[in-house]
Design a protein around this ligand. Structure first.
Ligand SMILES: [Zn+2]
Length: 112
């Protein structure tokens, strides 16, 4: 099944990511998962991947300080009582109706 092969390749490619790239990808996935859930494509509620600690609105950007679950098997963050990563700041905004996100970092700062 070609789809499965691509997915495996995608996952294998994750090993080559730098830390900042991995964190951006994580932000992208948070948005993607939320969109899929809103579309009702997820038959069961997905495990909680983040916990919002603080929210700040700045212009048209929403900034959230979040603790996150990475989804990596065997990580300390797994399970109901797992120790989540972070907290890290993420920025969210809409461009032409599409929800965008960006990893900001441990320290709050306004992004471009
Ligand atoms: Zn983890």
């Amino acid at each position: 099944m070609p789809k499965r092969l691509n997915f495996d390749r995608l996952r294998a490619a994750l090993d080559t990511l730098k830390l900042e790239q991995a964190k951006q990808l994580q932000a992208d996935l948070i948005v993607l998962i939320e969109q899929l859930e809103q579309q009702g494509n997820t038959p069961q509620p997905a495990p909680k991947v983040r916990e919002v600690v603080e929210v700040r609105q700045l212009g048209d950007r929403l900034y959230q300080l979040e603790r996150v679950r990475c989804g990596k098997a065997g990580c300390k963050c797994q399970g109901e009582k797992g120790q989540l990563h972070g907290p890290y700041w993420y920025a969210y905004w809409r461009t032409e109706g599409k929800l965008k996100s960006r990893y900001v970092g441990k320290q709050f700062r306004a992004i471009e």
